[in-house]
Design a protein around this ligand. Structure first.
Ligand code: C2E
Ligand code: CA
Ligand code: CA
Length: 321
């Protein structure tokens, strides 16, 4: 198995320690070899940092298994705003994991571990079930508006994901009346065959696809030209230091590129009034960020929409384009 993954000679080792058995030394050496392969090195000595990393991975894996078992996962929804009306028109669904002790683990940390442990399909199933049930509530909140709300669901472009299963679950979620879009990160999709296959399946099944974290991956202009993307989400890193003239020029260029390559552009990570105003000046229409709202549980979302935007009240506003 190891030989297939790497054609070159891999050397792994560990320090001899009289207090440890020969078996333990062998285990540590094996771990060092596997870590060397995973990190693309051809030699690695076992040390405490590797052990800590492995223990951390194992503890997160345990938390994921427990989370699935005891339903400790939940979904938070962050509004996506149309600057023309400054009203929410859709939401991004973001998964959350609580430990039994009540602390939360970031998806940035647990999604890659879930992926390597083969638990991503179970998490995605859970996410789709929750979104299906909660989209019914979202649809109700929009009943006085002429626009159909949407929920964007993040899908990892992993070859291990069961696409058919996810497509079926997301189609079920659309029975609520809410439109479901799929967000896939740019890094995988443009360079990786299996990610491209996943992209094609969702597109064939009629889902709009938003390319996430646009500007941070490895896309070439040619790739952008070849695909007719529906939506590009400009990564938040381009917005954070907008005060800096160089960063401002870059953001402007990225936004113009996104506009050329896709029908819709959403700028992520907007936190301040100043950022909002600058983006408006650049002609940006769709935004997402703490300035309008943090990701919220469905129960909080109802209060947020009612109190901040007067949703649920008997009025009708045309939010269509
Ligand atoms: P993402 O898809 O780029 O999601 C946006 C992240 O930025 C979210 O972090 C959100 O809470 C955060 N964010 C939103 N507005 C602001 C802002 O104004 N400022 C700053 N600094 N941050 C903001 P979160 O929820 O921790 O999610 C992190 C990543 O985990 C997501 O990045 C996504 O890649 C992944 N993820 C989340 N949920 C899922 C899921 O259900 N499935 C998969 N496969 N990945 C997920
Ligand atoms: Ca996303
Ligand atoms: Ca993003």
């Amino acid at each position: 198995e190891l030989a297939n993954k790497s054609p070159s000679l891999i050397v792994g080792g560990c320090m001899l320690n009289r207090n440890q058995s020969a078996h333990q030394h062998l285990t540590y050496t094996d771990v060092a070899i596997r870590e060397a392969i995973a990190s693309g090195k051809n030699h690695l000595a076992f040390d405490e940092k590797i052990l800590a990393k492995i223990e951390y991975k194992q503890s997160i894996e345990q938390a994921i298994k427990l989370g699935l078992d005891r339903k400790l996962f939940s979904v938070a929804y962050q509004p996506i705003i149309d600057l023309m009306t400054e009203q929410p028109i859709g939401f991004e669904a973001l998964i959350r994991l609580q430990t039994e002790a009540g602390t939360s683990i970031s998806p940035v940390n647990f999604i890659p571990i879930a992926e390597s442990a083969g638990l991503l399909n179970d998490i995605t199933d859970y996410l789709c079930d929750r979104v299906s049930a909660e989209a019914v509530e979202i649809y109700k909140l929009f009943k006085n508006y002429d626009t159909q709300p949407y929920v964007n669901v993040n899908i990892s472009p992993s070859q291990l994901i069961d696409v058919k299963r996810t497509v079926t679950a997301l189609k079920h979620a659309e029975k609520s009346g809410v439109k479901i879009n799929v967000e896939i990160t740019e890094s995988g999709i443009l360079n990786d065959d299996s990610a491209r296959r996943i992209f094609n399946v969702f597109q064939t099944e009629g889902f709009s696809i938003a390319i996430d974290d646009f500007g941070t991956g490895h896309s070439s202009i040619q790739h952008l030209e070849r695909y007719n993307f529906s939506t590009l989400k400009v990564d938040q890193s381009f917005v954070s230091n907008i005060d800096d003239p160089q960063a401002y020029r870059f953001l402007n260029a990225i936004i113009n590129l996104a506009r050329t390559a896709a029908t819709y552009t959403i700028v992520e990570g907007v936190e301040t009034l100043q950022q909002k105003l600058l983006l408006m000046k650049m002609g940006v229409r769709f935004c997402q960020g703490y300035y309008w709202g943090h990701p919220m549980k469905i129960s909080e979302l109802e209060i947020y929409l009612t109190e901040k935007y007067g949703f649920n009240k008997a009025r009708k506003i045309d939010l269509s384009m």
